[in-house]
Write a protein that binds this ligand. Structure first.
Ligand SMILES: Cc1ncc(COP(=O)(O)O)c(C=O)c1O
Length: 501
């Protein structure tokens, strides 16, 4: 019997007495201070003890009984209810996902991942370096060297900003390219993708307008979509972003930031000329808007080096530069970096401390040593002509087997953007090509809100020349079939379980 039931009533506060009793008894039952089956004081005795009218206790008990917390048996008394849990049910995870995540439509990427994993399928859908061209020998050597020379330091935590010598090397590399930056402006990240998501976290509130190229990098679109930014696509031509349109949109949409890849853009391969770069910076300057320059491919040129990075032309500190070792060294390292002004970096480093604390320490040490010993330059010099040959093999095969597709030869990077004639739909082609054992990225998925449905992104870096040729033959067979049977009416693009970069 809960004779010692302690209830404290406060007659000065507005809450009715019966509610105070209900609330306190409920709290004791929920906390387990009153256990199932335990008898509660009679209404009369509790009323007397608390100095309240019996009806007050009647009301409180009625409320607790209605909640299923107590039961009354005439002649026997009032008891804490035996709690019976409903039968166990499985968790339906999909119903628990945050709304903003549910809005991301991943169906197409799941389809792509499903086809890509089938044996024998040639994928031109990734944008990764060729596995057989990764600098395994020199990387093994530097990793062994740093471990031998620095021992446990290589396995200790890094600072949130990243490994000092690597930050130094990156700052010097950018200085050589004309940028006014120091190591204090560099934060090492777990990939450039993290830079995008940290920027979104630090700078964007839901509904904030952002200008992006149309089309642009899928991973960037996803980050911005998750941040619930409102995206305004700036059209492009073979010379990159149309800066006049950008200028107009800056005035009309007052964006929080501009996200751009001026060099060997993913997916189009387009590069912004020097003049347009200056114009872009002047327009952003007049609107006081920051520019996020995403530059994973700048060092992968197959002719003349590209124009200077926006960061190198920036004199007002508005360009936030994102670089990565994923394309030039190895994607598995997950080492990228962000270069920006100190107030932004301060905030960003706080946010990254919450996210993943710091980047992988051995990878940072090894990357720093790899660069310091000159292996990065050596590696780039070795792979540029090889990637150039792959690009040319793809272009030649397209001319030969798929002459209806139009493209501009990319001067660098990993991707070629193919445009089919009016009336074609890349998604229809994708499904037929997948049946024939080749996959690519449907261009439409790279637009912020629907776009040119005739385009395909074809990667040329990850496959040897003869495989590229075979892939194009399969694609051309799919195109012939599509031309014969016409376009399906129902196909609909839904935008991977596996990262498509
Ligand atoms: C334009 C662009 N930005 C960012 C990334 C992500 O790079 P990281 O591997 O450093 O996260 C990629 C990868 O494909 C990319 O193409």
């Amino acid at each position: 019997m809960a004779e010692g039931l302690q209830i404290n009533l406060d007659r000065r506060q507005g809450e009715p007495l019966y509610q105070q009793i209900t609330r306190q008894v409920r709290a004791k039952i929920v906390a387990g201070d009153l256990s199932p089956g335990q008898r509660l004081p009679t209404e009369r005795s509790l009323a007397q003890k608390l100095g309240v009218h019996r009806n007050t206790i009647v009301s409180a008990y009625a409320e607790l009984e209605a909640d299923g917390l107590i039961t009354s048996h005439v002649g026997r008394g009032t008891f804490v209810a035996q709690r019976e849990l409903p039968a166990e049910r499985p968790v339906v995870w999909s119903e628990l996902f945050a709304q903003r995540l549910r809005r991301l439509d991943e169906a197409y990427f799941r389809e792509l991942a499903r086809h890509s994993s089938r044996p024998g399928v040639i994928s031109l859908a990734g944008a990764t370096p060729a596995p057989e061209l990764l600098p395994t020998k020199h990387f093994t050597q530097v990793l062994q060297e740093v471990l031998r020379r620095h021992g446990q330091a290589v396995l200790e935590p890094s600072t949130r900003e990243g490994h000092g010598p690597l930050r130094e090397w990156i700052a010097q590399d950018l200085q050589c390219r004309g940028a006014v930056v120091g190591a204090e402006n560099v934060v090492i990240l777990s990939g450039n993708q993290q830079g995008l998501s940290l920027l979104a976290q630090v700078l964007l509130d839901p509904g904030d307008p952002v200008l992006v190229e149309a089309p642009t990098y899928l991973g960037g679109l996803r980050v911005l979509g998750l941040a619930e930014a409102v995206l305004w696509g700036v059209p492009m031509d073979s010379g990159g972003l149309l800066v006049d349109v950008l200028q107009e949109l800056l005035l009309r949409r007052r964006p929080k930031l501009i996200y751009t890849q001026p060099t060997f853009q993913n997916p189009t391969g387009a590069t912004l000329g020097r003049e347009r770069r200056e114009h872009l910076l002047a327009a952003a300057g007049a609107a006081a808007v920051p520019v996020v320059e995403d530059d994973p491919y700048g060092a992968l040129y197959y002719g003349a080096p590209p124009p200077p990075a926006l960061k190198a032309l920036d004199r007002s500190g508005r360009v936030v530069y994102l670089g990565t070792f994923s394309k030039v060294l190895a994607p598995g390292l997950r080492i990228g970096y962000l270069v920006g002004p100190e107030p932004l970096l301060h905030q960003l480093v706080l946010a990254r401390g919450i996210q993943d604390l710091h980047s992988n320490t051995p990878a940072q040490w090894a990357a720093a040593e790899f660069c310091a010993q000159g292996y990065l330059d050596e590696h780039l010099e070795a792979v540029r002509p090889l990637y150039r040959r792959r690009r040319d093999a793809l272009a030649e095969a397209l001319h030969k087997y798929l002459p209806e597709g139009q493209f501009a030869l990319p001067e660098g990077g990993f991707n070629l953007w193919l445009e089919m004639p009016e009336g074609w739909r890349a998604l229809d082609l994708f499904r037929l090509a997948a049946e024939r054992g080749m996959v690519f990225v449907v261009g439409e998925s790279c637009y912020p809100s629907g776009g040119n449905e005739r385009c395909l992104r074809l990667n040329f870096s990850a496959q040897p020349e003869e495989v590229l040729v075979e892939a194009v033959k399969r694609l051309a067979a799919a195109a012939r079939e599509l031309a014969r049977h016409g376009r399906s009416k129902e196909t609909q693009l839904n935008t991977a379980t596996r990262p498509i970069v």
